[in-house]
Design a protein around this ligand. Structure first.
Ligand code: PMP
Length: 432
């Protein structure tokens, strides 16, 4: 078993605001982690929402071994078979005119590239993102992040504008007991029109805002947004870091909205299934239409064979094994179980939301309760980990706590039941 000294290692890790877990994981297979005492822990975080097919899927392990022995890494002018296969596969899976792909490493890098491309295409510089957005940690990506994870107090890119995130559960825009998202949407544009200096380049958006509290875009939202962006010449960038590749029950979450096609689609986490891979996909028109120069991009690991081979295999397995359907079916089972918990712990669970296997449970405090919703969320996550379930907590726009459940899309019915049982026990222990 492991010999590493967690305390010393933690001491030498640069602190980035993340509290290092006391759990020493020595093995990760499928939906389970094993710690140094042999304890099995269900991983309902899929690592950083990236281990889409569970940990160390045997075919992913094989493809990495084979590819690194065949062609590991080349000069960026040289293209290999896995890269050719992946760009062709994406062009086949995606609707027209999405046909031009750049393979990158991380979600943040894909957002940088998407925003740079939108600026090159429009010749403008302002970027709009939702108030609960998360798009990464690098310059443009963190500037387009307005959720709690924004680097507040640090200089950011100029021309960054926030648009109200649709939050059905807590929004003040209610009419006849229903969330009136269109009224809030119109309000958002009226705010933008007053803030913009007239240089709108891009609108970047997640189909389900994960770090912002599992907020689903209402049906019709992307279609209206697309029309508004077209009218104003704004490039619409859909960031599917977490929602792509079967996670929400469809191959890509934007396909939930019939007929809608983004100008730029970004994929990352799930496409790489545990290795650093991202993709930017766009149209020939955007590629060609860049104003003053070409869109120049040349980073060390772009279009790398090793990670491209993994992306290819991931998409192949998701298609071949009908995993979008598994995601939808196990997602329905998870929703049903969470709704039962909501009934059982009335008053503490405000909302259950999400789609497929990206779901959240919003915890709220009862009037007069001593504990804050934030502390409640952390307590439930801690108890669950002790009980054998790893899940995470994200803030809701209303400062509630959202327990986020994101298992691999290979998860079984029995594993969902087991996770629900552990969550039930944790809620019972914390809410008494
Ligand atoms: N976009 C979204 C929607 C994300 O969830 C994330 C990561 N949480 C990113 C971008 C950034 O990805 P990375 O951490 O790989 O840079």
């Amino acid at each position: 078993m492991t010999t590493f000294d967690l305390a010393s290692a933690t001491n030498h890790l640069l602190y980035t605001g993340i509290i290092i877990s006391p759990v020493k994981v020595v093995k990760a297979r499928g939906t389970y982690l094993t710690d140094d005492e042999g304890r099995q822990i269900l991983d309902f975080t899929s690592g950083q929402r990236s281990s889409l097919l569970g940990h160390s899927h045997p075919e992913i392990v094989d493809v990495v071994k084979t590819q690194i022995e065949t062609v590991d890494h080349l000069h960026s002018t040289m293209i290999t078979e896995p890269v050719a296969d992946l760009v062709l596969r994406l062009a086949r899976l995606l609707p027209s005119p999405l046909e031009k792909t750049l393979l990158l490493n991380t979600g943040s890098e894909s957002v940088e590239a998407g925003i740079k491309l939108a600026k090159a295409y429009t010749g403008k510089f302002e970027v709009i993102a939702l108030t609960a957005s998360y798009h990464g940690q690098t310059g443009a990506a963190s500037s387009a992040t307005f959720s709690k994870y924004r680097n507040t107090g640090l200089p950011c890119m100029p021309g960054q504008l926030a648009f109200p995130a649709p939050y059905a559960y807590g929004s003040p825009f209610q009419r006849d007991g229903k969330y009136d998202w269109e009224a809030e949407f119109d309000y958002g544009w009226s705010l933008l029109d007053r803030q913009s200096v007239g240089s709108l380049a891009a609108f970047v958006i997640e189909p389900i805002l994960s770090g912002g509290g599992i907020l689903e875009l209402p049906g019709g939202y992307l279609t209206r947004l697309s029309a508004e962006c077209k009218k104003r010449g704004i490039v619409l960038i859909v960031d599917e870091a977490q929602t792509g590749v079967g996670r929400t029950g469809k191959m890509f979450a934007f396909q939930e909205e019939e007929g809608f096609v983004p100008d730029i689609l970004l994929l990352s986490k799930t496409l790489g299934c545990g290795v650093p891979l991202a993709a930017l996909v766009t149209s020939a028109e955007i590629e060609k239409g860049c104003r003053n120069s070409v869109f120049y991009w040349n980073t060390t690991h772009q279009n790398d064979p090793l990670t491209a081979a993994v992306g290819n295999k991931t998409l192949e397995i998701v298609e071949r094994d009908g995993l979008c359907q598994n995601s939808a079916e196990r997602g329905a089972q998870l929703t049903q179980g969470l709704r039962q918990l909501q009934g059982k712990y009335g008053g503490w669970i405000g909302d259950v939301r999400g789609r497929g296997l990206l779901q959240g449970l919003e915890l709220v405090t009862k009037p007069g309760a001593a504990i804050t919703a934030k502390d409640l969320g952390h307590a439930v996550v801690e108890k669950s980990l002790a009980g054998g379930l790893s899940c995470s907590v994200v803030p809701s726009p209303a400062q509630g706590s959202v327990i986020r459940l994101v298992p691999p899309i290979t998860v079984s019915a029995q594993e969902i039941d087991q996770a629900l049982q552990i969550l039930d026990q944790s809620l019972a222990a914390v809410l008494v």
